[in-house]
Write a protein that binds this ligand. Structure first.
Ligand code: 9YT
Length: 132
């Protein structure tokens, strides 16, 4: 069995920080579970263009508020605590942090290696560098 705490993981290279979000990757490909699990913070009043062409992702909102817009149809969905959104069609989207930062629990299939950040198209590469 594997046991990790968010507090420990945040103090290690599992914490990846960008301009609009940060994410602590608590469970990764190396753990051989077939998925990865992350606790992500979307900073308040931000917008991030995301398009996981190589991954499926489910996202559960623990706290805070924001919204997601799916670009294919222009639909906007509010995100509040208790909301789960499921990107089952590799949906290209804009993720917006609201007045308060959002804490999200995220699951990726296939699992991330550890160091992924979005490229100019909002994509994560299929194989990124592992955390050290
Ligand atoms: C919700 C979302 O996709 N945010 C971007 C970061 C991502 N959750 C990650 O890499 O952990």
């Amino acid at each position: 069995m594997i046991v990790r705490t968010l507090e420990q993981a945040e103090q290690s290279s599992r914490r990846v920080v960008t301009e609009t979000w940060e994410s602590t990757r608590m469970l990764l490909k190396d753990d051989n579970m077939g998925f990865s699990f992350h606790i992500t913070t979307i900073y308040a009043n931000t917008e991030t263009h995301i398009w996981y062409q190589n991954h499926l992702e489910s996202v559960y909102c623990i706290s805070g508020e924001g919204e997601i817009e799916t670009l294919a149809d222009g639909k906007i969905y509010p995100i509040t605590p208790g909301t789960l959104y499921i990107l089952d069609k590799h949906d290209e989207h804009q993720l917006r942090g609201g007045a308060t930062e959002m804490k999200l629990a995220c699951v990726f299939n296939p699992p991330l290696n550890g160091k992924e950040v979005h490229d100019a198209s909002g994509v994560y590469p299929l194989e990124a560098e592992k955390i050290s």
